[in-house]
Design a protein around this ligand. Sequence first.
Ligand code: ZN
Length: 212
Amino acid sequence: MACADILNLERDVHCLEEAGIELLHIDIMDGVFVPNFCLNIDILRALNKLTNIPLECHLMINDPERYVEDIAEAGAEYLSIHYEATPHAQRALAFIRRKGMKAGIALNPATPVDVLNYIIDDLDLVTLMMINPGFAGQKLIPAMIRKIAETRGYLNSRGKENVEILVDGNVSIENIPLMVEAGATILVGGTSSVFREGHSIKESVELVKSLY
Ligand code: ZN
C-alpha cells in the first residue's frame, strides 16, 4: 500500500479487490530503524474498515513489541517484525501469536538465514528483504535469489513446509519468475509490478498472475 496513490487510497483498494489481490502489505517505519516514514496504525485501521482483504503488516521500527497490541486491535491478520530490531525476537513472535495474529520475521539482506534456528517454531512467515528497507524503487540485490532458495531449503529440512516465504523489494515483472522458482510463496507488488506507471492495477495484476 505504500506504493498506492495516497490521495486516492480508497479507489486503489477497490481496484486491488477487483484484481483479486489476496493480502494488503502495510509498511510502517519509524525514521530510526530505517531512514524514512511511511504508513501508520491509523491507516491500517481505516483499511480494515474499508476492505475484507486480509492485512499483512510489516513493521520497520525498533523495539516492535511496543505496538503489537495496537496493531492487533487495528485489525492486522499478519505481523512481521525485523530480526534486527529487537534483542528479544522469540518473545516478540510469541506475543504476536498470543494476540491472535500470524507471526512473521523479516530479515534484512545481510542477515543470514540460520538466525531462524531457535525461532523456527514461532513462525508462520519469513519476510525476505530483496533490498535494504526504507525506500521504494531500489534494485534487487542479486544474492537474494539464492537466499530465497536457501530459506526454502532450511525450512523444509526442518519440517516447516507450511511457513510462507514473502519477498519484499523490487518484486518486478522480470524478477518474479526467478523468485517463485526459488521458493517465494507471497509476492509484495510495488512500483515495478502492480503499481507500474502508465499501466492500470488490473492489467498489471493480470500480468503478474500470468508469470507463475
Ligand atoms: Zn514491506
